[in-house]
Design a protein around this ligand. Sequence first.
Ligand SMILES: [Zn+2]
Length: 331
Amino acid sequence: MVWLKSASGVYTAKSGYKAQGETTITEEAPVPETNIDWLANVWKLKTSEKVKVFLWNSLHDALPVGKQSAIRNIPLTSRCPRCNEVESVAHVLFTCSYAKKVWTLAPLAWRFDPSPVITTRNGQETLRLIPSLHPTGVGPGTLSASICWDLWIFRNHLVFQKRDFTPEETLLKATREAREWTISQDQLPKPQSHANRIAQDPTLDPNRTCMYTDAAWNPESRCAGLAGPSSSHSAPDTSLTSPLMAETLALRSALNSALHRGINTLLIRSDSQNLINLVNAKGRHLEIASLLNDIYLISSLFADVKFKFIPRLDNSRADYVSKQALLMYQT
Ligand SMILES: [Zn+2]
């Protein structure tokens, strides 16, 4: 494989592959991109978690399209089931004639021409800025993210169930889902104003959800019991190397759980003073570097989130749950 850099700085690879029953295909394939602003392109988009995960995978060429099947020698056709061109992620979402019809029909404030889209990143960077027309009532990026999702879903219906839908049906479903998601967000409690947030002690704020986390760790078995937002959230983990890592994992789990519950304003309390100091200082720590990165990024998705130390004696419920989780695993 040969890597080429274009004048615009985009790397491409010359690759050749052969799908079952097909002649060898040679074309320029996009290299998985490593410098994507994924915070802006994915996690800050106003759309559901499942769509964010889907977009994240699409940006990493991690969807099982025909082209990926051919590269991995999976005996599936590498061709688009609609137009018989080589099927890449960018093809499914933007350059297929079917996708183009959907984008042409889409009620976007500016005309979006998917023809020049070379990579999935190209398309998504443009689309996230385009507002939707009235009366869809959804913000920039929400409808286009939903359209990408449904282009993928309906492609799978065609491939695996031989069920085809019209571009109008794809757009209708995407618009309905985007509106439903937007309405559901409007019904959530509104975050407080900045002034209020500063003025109040977060522990006394009735609008702020408070979560307690803790971890119990056994250095011999390297097992940990984790306790999160409620007594039902606990899980032993055998891949941890220290109490700090276990505490960090428990805190990240709590953040994820809050995000999935649609909580906007959050206080997380942990009895690990080291971890709380580290997170509040946006610090770095080699052993838990990737977990900390996750925590900082997920935190940015909330309207407001605070981390506070709580003495172990005051954290008895989480302490009990984590120890029970560890005990259950070891017996
Ligand atoms: Zn196609």
